[in-house]
Design a protein. Structure first.
Length: 113
């Protein structure tokens, strides 16, 4: 029986080391996935920021152009503002279908793959 004690101790040590290795592997995989998601989101945020600046300039230009056509600058800005108010209402009504669900699915795919 005393001969088996070193074998059992060795088995327990190897089992403990295996468990620690698996925990470390899971931690590293989670870190890898989370850094992938955050870096992708950061890169996309920069692109969105540049697009937002372009959109602001385009909207100001459109408002002034409409104002010149209507001979009243404030009417051009009211028309552009009204257009965005309608878009905001539509976005609010369909936010789950067009934003929440696709974004959730994209994040899940990022973490799974």
């Amino acid at each position: 029986m005393e001969e088996q004690m070193p074998l059992l101790n060795s088995l327990f040590e190897k089992t403990e080391q295996y468990a620690r290795t698996n925990v470390e592997l899971l931690r590293l995989r989670a870190l890898d996935k989370s850094t992938d998601v955050v870096s992708d989101m950061g890169a996309n945020l920069v692109v969105i920021l540049f697009l937002a600046f372009s959109a602001v300039a385009l909207n100001i230009g459109t408002a002034f152009w409409l104002g010149d056509m209507l001979h009243s600058n404030y009417l051009g800005f009211f028309i552009v503002s009204g257009f965005y108010a309608v878009l905001a209402i539509l976005f609010f009504l369909f936010r789950k279908r067009f934003v929440k669900t696709p974004l959730r699915n994209t994040l899940i795919k990022q973490f799974i793959n």
